[in-house]
Structures are given as structure tokens and as C-alpha cells.
Ligand binder design. Structure first.
Ligand code: AP5
Ligand code: MG
Length: 217
């Protein structure tokens, strides 16, 4: 039966960082909706053209577009055993569609992992973030620097700063998160899926807390 882990948390909370570590550990695909959109932007596809304006303004891409994209991705063979979903669902409508899709696939949600971080920390993290062009591997100037500045340790590609990590856009992304995505925390808590992690610790401490809480069930 396919199993799905959902990463919840504000922009900069560490969803991508922890989703990558978790997916390596439990050998499930890491599916980041933001990374898929950024790949479409880079290739200038029709989907990329649709998403570009929303992303650069720090707004959510409309549900119908996002849901169709994730549905297609979860039907691919590398997701046959499930996935770690990073950045999806992000609205109540997306959560409902995901439930339907998982039922169609005869799968189940294992846990929704909420990484809790204060607003001031989010802003510091995003202003120091660097990502690799090839696969979106994530670094930070202070907390997780690459061995060679500007170069990805894993695939050697160039590191860049995201357009939507500018201070004004970050502030808007955080508001969008609070209005549209934060209600999902209670949604999954009410269904007994939620585990909550203190995201203010070091990257390693967050990972070990997360694994320990998953083991507890
Ligand atoms: P997306 O790419 O998902 O961005 P986001 O949710 O804003 O989250 P981030 O990727 O910015 O942060 P993160 O939590 O992954 O943190 P990270 O691990 O990188 O979405 C981008 C856009 O795409 C959206 O605005 C929207 O337009 C669109 N989109 C995507 N999904 C959508 C959906 N479902 N519906 C509609 N639209 C959608 O860490 C951040 C930094 O902190 C890094 O530098 C990292 O090294 C560092 N760090 C991480 N953990 C720690 C730690 N514990 N201590 C110190 N530093 C840390
Ligand atoms: Mg991310």
C-alpha cells in the first residue's frame, strides 16, 4: 500500500531540507510542488508561463492547475510506494483532492509533519538561502554552507538565490501561508495525522526529532 508523508510549515520552515533527508532515509520519492513549478519556469513550458506571475508575486498558483500537476506526478512509477510531499497540499481544496487521489491509489497518509518556526527566523533563513540550479538542493550562508561557495556539493551545479526570496515577497508569502495554508494544521490534527516538530533547532536536531516522533507513531 503506498504511503504519503506530508510536510507542513511556513516558507523557510525547513520543509525542503527535511523532506529530502526523510525521503533518502525511508526511500520514497521527494515531491516538492515548488521545485516542479520552478522546473517548468526554467523550461518555459505552458505550465511555467501560467505559474510565473503567481510565484513571482508570492501568491499561490490556482488550485486546479496545482492539483492536476501533482496528480500527474503521483501517478508516475517512482511514486508507486508513495512519496514525501513537500509544499502540497497548501489549501483545504488541495487537501480534499489529495484524499480522493490517495483513496484511488489505495494508499494512506502516514503523517502530516508540521515544522513550527517563528516569523523572525523564517525571514533570516530565506535571506541566506541558496539553491542549486540542477536539482534544487538547499544551502544556507550560515546554517548549511556549501563546501565551495556558489557550487552544489552534490551535483556541482551553480547555486542561486530565488526571486521570491526578496524581503517584500517573503513577507507576502508568509501572509498567504497564514491565511490559506495554516488552517491545514488543525485539519490534520483533527484527523490524528499531525506530528509537530520544533523547527527552531539545528537541522540535525530537527531531523532526529522528526524520526523519533515518526517511530512513536
Ligand atoms: P515552495 O518552493 O514550496 O516555497 P515555500 O513553501 O515558500 O517554502 P520554501 O521552499 O521557501 O521553504 P522550506 O520550508 O522548503 O525551507 P528550506 O528547507 O528551503 O513554493 C514556492 C511557490 O510555488 C509558492 O509561493 C507558490 O507560488 C508556488 N506553489 C508551490 N506549491 C504550491 C501549492 N501547493 N499550491 C499553490 N502554489 C504553490 O529552508 C530554508 C532555509 O533555511 C535554507 O537556506 C535552509 O538551509 C535553512 N534551514 C532549514 N532548516 C534549518 C534549521 N533547522 N536551522 C537553520 N537553518 C535551516
Ligand atoms: Mg522548499
Amino acid at each position: 500500500m503506498p504511503v504519503y508523508y506530508l510536510m507542513l510549515g511556513a516558507p523557510g520552515a525547513g520543509k525542503g531540507t527535511q523532506a529530502k533527508r526523510l525521503s533518502d532515509k525511508i526511500k520514497l520519492a521527494h515531491i516538492s510542488s515548488g521545485d516542479i513549478f520552478r522546473d517548468h519556469l526554467k523550461r518555459d513550458t505552458e505550465l511555467g508561463k501560467l505559474a510565473r506571475g503567481f510565484m513571482s508575486r508570492g501568491e499561490l498558483v490556482p488550485d486546479d492547475i496545482t492539483i492536476a500537476m501533482i496528480r500527474e506526478r503521483l501517478l508516475q512509477s517512482d511514486c508507486a510506494d508513495g512519496a514525501v510531499l513537500d509544499g502540497f497540499p497548501r489549501t483545504p481544496a488541495q487537501a480534499k483532492h489529495l484524499e480522493t487521489l490517495i483513496a484511488e491509489l489505495n494508499g494512506r497518509v502516514a503523517k502530516a509533519i508540521y515544522i513550527r518556526v517563528a516569523k523572525e527566523t523564517l525571514i533570516k533563513r530565506l535571506s541566506g538561502r541558496w539553491m542549486c540550479r540542477l536539482h534544487g538542493h538547499v544551502y544556507h550562508d550560515i546554517h548549511n554552507p556549501p563546501k565551495t561557495p556558489g557550487v552544489c556539493d552534490i551535483d556541482g551545479s551553480e547555486l542561486y538565490q530565488r526571486d521570491d526570496d526578496k524581503a517584500e515577497t517573503v513577507a507576502h508569502r508568509i501572509n498567504v501561508y497564514l491565511e490559506q495554508t495554516a488552517p491545514l494544521i488543525d485539519y490534520y490534527r483533527d484527523r490524528n495525522y499531525l506530528i509537530e516538530i520544533n523547527g527552531e533547532q539545528s537541522i540535525d536536531a530537527v531531523s532526529s526529532d522528526l524520526l523519533a516522533k515518526l517511530k512513536q507513531g
